[in-house]
Design a protein around this ligand. Structure first.
Ligand code: NDP
Length: 479
């Protein structure tokens, strides 16, 4: 789910059986359509810049609320005028606490237990839900991994426990997350860096599948973008599936609930803006877990390698920056007019509808191999072929009907509309909550470019036929 803006580097053809590729199929060697093999200076500078600045960006946005009522300009003005120094800002920030460490350890342990020890039963009684053991997509080396899909169940159990605590047990306050927010930031960083470093070392010493490892020869790029494709411990602890969904995304809705509880505690009421943010982001999170099996086929799981940008990103960036709207609303309790609230709801739900329908159309099309109905008609498509690293020829289809005939990434457009709705729910007082839409725009536009580069490498001339048939990416007639 989280992706920092991954740097696309130049590609080099590694030594490989040269006779495995027919030039008619793809322009690159077999199985080389994953991430880069060689890094250029531009990409390397971007990687080093992100490694050095991303943790401070997260700190800045959280600290701005803690010390400056969520103004992002005030700290800069004070720093410029000499009223504040980096040292004075740092001194005022809450530091690491053992209480936060205990909370976070309990949280991650609970998620590990739910992930590893509670096989999915929800798929047995929830109609239409795909859980339990599922196949992933074919890896560049030609493997198909199996995954235990139980994210929805983990989410339900976690939230039932949260509710039971708030209503009956009162073991901890529902504001616990907010009350320990900056100390928790240090704990998430410890886990984020530890898991990324572990994955990096593991790739050299005991990779899960050596055939699916990629080494660029540049240590920073390898650390950030990952070497192993699907690192695992044992048969089932899959790093990508675990860190991508839990602990970050299960926490997302709890973090928002904690913000709502804090508003209630501070002001005696919860604003309609806070309710909107909770509801719209709640739909997005539930959608993620309802479709967890489908997410196995998305870029994060089936194309990205596991490095710092997934490991640290899922532990730190996602829970802290995807929840900025709720944090902002604790410090600035915006009550929206009915018209404003209705417009936010409409934008959010329309965005969600486009996002979900486009994703569903592609999934249905691929699952049925094109034997389905899209917008009441048989779908049109372009036949294409590619090779995996073992030299095997595979066939695929690119749909040109439904949302996928309107533009090549309308699912991203819907996602961006939803993201904008969360921000607009916070009113227009500060730019702080709008960071999310800036970030998502950069992320998804870059993802378009990255994905299309990969598809061009994978499908060669067939991809060109597809882009001729569907010329726009996100906005028909514009981009
Ligand atoms: P897509 O679901 O758009 O998948 C892209 C892949 O789909 C391509 O690589 C290609 O894979 C296949 N494909 C492309 N065009 C077609 C077509 N016309 N017909 C059939 N298959 C096609 O991208 P993502 O995995 O990036 O995103 C999944 C969802 O997750 C999106 O809706 C996105 O908005 C969301 N997302 C959210 C993020 C967040 O942080 N909130 C971050 C990232 C994504 P193949 O090789 O199989 O042909």
């Amino acid at each position: 789910m989280f992706s920092a803006v991954a740097m696309e580097a130049t590609r080099r053809r590694p030594k490989h059986s040269s006779n495995s590729v027919s030039p008619d199929v793809t322009e690159e060697p077999a199985g080389q359509w994953g991430r880069a093999w060689e890094v250029d200076w531009f990409s390397l500078s971007g990687v080093i810049l992100l490694l050095c600045t991303a943790p401070f960006q997260v700190f800045f946005f959280v600290m701005a609320c803690d010390q400056y009522q969520c103004s992002v300009t005030q700290p800069l003005v004070e720093l410029y005028s000499g009223e504040a120094t980096l040292g004075s800002i740092w001194d005022k920030a809450p530091s690491f606490t053992w209480t936060a460490a205990q909370i976070y350890t309990a949280w991650v342990s609970l998620q590990v237990v739910l992930y590893m020890c509670v096989p999915d039963i929800t798929h047995k009684f929830l109609p239409g839900y795909s859980g339990g053991v599922q196949d992933g997509a074919r890896t560049p080396a030609g493997l198909i991994n199996k995954y235990e899909i139980n994210g929805l169940q983990s989410w339900l159990i976690t939230h039932a426990l949260w509710y039971a605590n708030a209503k009956y047990f009162h073991w901890f306050s529902p504001t616990i997350i907010f009350d320990n927010w900056i100390p928790l930031l240090w704990c998430t960083n410890i886990l984020g860096y530890s898991v990324s470093t572990f994955a990096f070392i593991k790739a050299y010493l005991f990779p899960t599948n050596a055939e699916d490892c990629k080494f660029t020869g540049n240590v920073f790029y390898n650390y950030m973008m990952g070497i192993e494709f699907n690192p695992r411990i044992g048969k089932w602890f899959d790093f990508k599936l675990f860190f991508n969904g839990r602990p970050g995304i299960v926490a997302w809705t709890l973090i928002n609930l904690s913000y709502a509880a804090k508003q209630q505690e501070l002001y005696g009421y919860v604003t309609n803006s806070m309710i909107l943010v909770n509801v719209l982001q709640g739909i997005y999170v539930l959608d993620f877990f309802w479709n967890e099996a489908w997410y196995l086929k998305t870029i994060d799981i089936c194309h990205d390698h596991f490095g710092w940008y997934l490991g640290w990103g899922d532990c730190v960036w996602l829970p802290f920056l995807y929840t900025l709207q709720g944090l902002y609303l604790v410090y600035n309790p915006v009550q929206l007019s009915t018209a404003h609230a209705a417009a936010v709801l409409l934008l959010g739900l329309t965005g969600y509808y486009i996002f979900r329908s486009a994703n569903h159309q592609k999934d249905l099309f691929r699952r049925t191999d094109g034997k389905c109905s899209i917008w009441g008609k048989k779908p049109t498509f372009i036949e294409c072929a590619y090779r995996s690293a073992d030299g095997c020829l595979h066939h695929s289809k690119l749909m040109t009907s439904g949302f996928w005939g309107v533009a090549r990434h309308l699912n991203y457009t819907g996602d961006l509309m939803g993201s904008l709705a969360y921000c607009v729910a916070c009113g227009f007082g500060h730019i702080h909550p709008y960071f999310y839409i800036f970030y998502m725009t950069i992320l998804l536009v870059h993802r378009c470019v990255r994905d299309e580069h990969r598809c061009r490498s994978k499908y060669g001339k067939d991809w060109k036929r597809y882009t001729d048939a569907v010329p726009y990416r996100l906005l028909p007639g514009i981009f």
